[in-house]
Ligand binder design. Structure first.
Ligand code: CA
Length: 393
């Protein structure tokens, strides 16, 4: 019975395959024509779209529903770890001149720009491996949903190559089309990328000045307020049940009147209106977030993302970690700890293969096995408790 359940859908796929392949070829031919009509040279369109089959990996990734809800403290421990802070501080020095020029030109704080770079691509080290024309053509021709969106992103990507911003072979990124050091979508790139090193090309893949200035330009267009704060950590009174939410802005005097203080216990003082963010409820860290937090939010629509960028920027400029701990007895792991956890799981025979620090399905299964061996409830979560129980430090 168990086998049959898997056999039937597999047969259905096989039966549909020839028709689907013909559809794919026809769709690709249509994309080539559309690209040529939009000004892409026929030879480039041919070279970019010499595609016989959809990219199965892209289809798989686009169909995955995140089954594992990541607690905010895991997300933050991973994105704002000591390594990313240290790297950010070093790069802030190395690119000081470019960052100062970009700050002058676009009015956006350099620490935020560096933090976006650090979170989006680990400072240019992880920009994604998928050949974008194949990924986007797959989503446009075989993905099912939002075909027009993927198609226009594909045409935008090819227009960038046609314009000479970078070579076709360099056009690699995430399965969903974001690419380069700060992971712009092609249409965003077309609108907002700038040439900042003066070579006439807007190359956000290879040129750090182009990538940093383009990010500053993006945030500037998202209404960044020069010189204004983005976030401060605060303390709410015990049992606080007043207003909250990013968009629910009050003058600082209004928050002070509700008993809210800076995290170090000092009064809030003066500043623009702010919203109160309680990412883990009133018992966890609390933040007042300003209009500039919304500019960060515009880059990637998730409050957890904006919180990571805002905090990483603070850490890079020398501020300490959060004063109020996350309300958990099992905090999250840094990237170095995740890598070590995998090595410990391998050493105990719970995990096969090589450690890469990325906690996916296999790692979670291995953690469940380790938890089972310890007589613990199975969670599959990579946290400090299992890390230390296996000998991590
Ligand atoms: Ca350039």
């Amino acid at each position: 019975m168990r086998n049959l359940r898997f056999l039937i859908p597999a047969l259905a796929v096989l039966a549909a395959a020839p028709a689907a392949r013909a559809d794919f070829a026809g769709c690709i031919a249509g994309l080539k024509q559309a690209a040529i009509r939009s000004g892409v040279a026929p030879a480039l369109a041919e070279r970019a779209l010499a595609l016989k089959e959809p990219n199965e990996k892209v289809l798989e990734l686009s169909a995955v529903q995140p089954e594992f809800k990541t607690p905010i403290w895991d997300y933050m421990a991973f994105l704002v770890d000591e390594e990313r802070v240290r790297d950010g501080r070093a790069l802030l020095q190395r690119h000081a001149r470019v960052l100062a020029e970009a700050e002058r030109r676009y009015g956006v704080d350099r620490h935020i720009v560096v933090a976006v770079w650090g979170v989006e691509s680990n400072y240019g080290r992880e920009m994604g491996e998928h050949f974008l024309p194949h990924a986007l053509a797959t989503l446009a021709c075989a993905g099912g949903r939002r075909a027009n969106f993927w198609r226009s992103e594909l045409l935008a990507a090819l227009a960038l190559v046609q314009r000479g911003d970078f070579a076709l072979e360099r056009l690699r990124g995430s399965w969903a089309g974001a690419f380069g050091q700060t992971q712009f979508m092609p249409s965003v790139y077309r609108r907002l990328a700038v040439d900042f090193d003066g070579d006439g090309r807007r190359d956000l893949i290879a040129s750090v000045p182009d990538a940093l200035a383009s990010t500053a330009n993006y945030l500037g267009r998202a209404k960044w307020q020069t010189g204004a704060p983005w976030m401060i950590e605060v303390k709410v009174p015990p049992g606080y049940a007043g207003p909250q939410g990013r968009r629910n802005r009050l003058p600082l005097a209004g928050w002070a009147a509700r008993g809210i203080l800076r995290a170090d216990g000092k009064p809030l003082g003066a500043g623009p209106p702010a919203g109160l963010l309680l990412p883990a409820g009133a018992a966890g860290p609390a933040f007042l977030v300003f209009a500039n937090f919304d500019a960060i939010y515009a880059y990637n629509h998730a409050e957890s993302y904006a919180l990571a960028i805002a905090h990483l920027a603070d850490r890079i400029q020398g501020l300490p970690g959060f004063r109020t701990p996350w309300p958990t007895d099992d905090p999250g792991l840094s990237r170095a700890e995740r890598l070590q956890l995998q090595k410990l799981l391998i050493a105990r025979g719970h995990l096969q293969g090589e450690a890469d620090g990325k906690i996916g399905e296999q790692s979670r299964a291995a953690i469940r096995a380790a938890e089972r061996a310890l007589g613990w409830p199975e969670t599959g979560r990579a946290g400090q408790k299992i890390f230390r129980a296996l000998g991590g430090r």
